[in-house]
Design a protein around this ligand. Sequence first.
Ligand code: FEA
Length: 154
Amino acid sequence: MVYRNVKLITWSSTFTCGIKLIDDQHKHLVNLVNDMHCHITGNEKEEREYFNGVIEQAGKYIRVHFATEENIMIAASYSGYAEHKKAHDEFISTFEKYILDFSSGKRLSLYSFTQSLKNWVLSHIAVVDKQYFGHLRKIVARKTKDKSDVISVA
Ligand code: FEA
């Protein structure tokens, strides 16, 4: 079982929110899942070495991404902020538990880890993140309308 050069997730416009920073971060997460997928060999030693080399960076990146979204939601007074942050926090706890098991020597299945990361990333971007994307779009539309009203009055 070797998936080299096989993309597990193909980026699609349905994942975009229109904020470049967020879209770039989501693309990076998708690339990360695809990279993990390409390193599945079924060989425990190889997979452990690969995982060891990427996991810390991945954890840091995910935290930065969540903080970026949370700051945007706060700035936009998004009413779903607390619930969204809870989903982020729960994901971080699950992720940390996995890393703890891994560093204490537990057998790693890169296949199952990658699958669960893919399922989480996809369902979160496509469902939960989409809810605040909608809120941001409404704000932009309102601001654009206010501006055009001012211009037409002037
Ligand atoms: Fe609410 Fe964004 O977080 N994308 N992910 N995963």
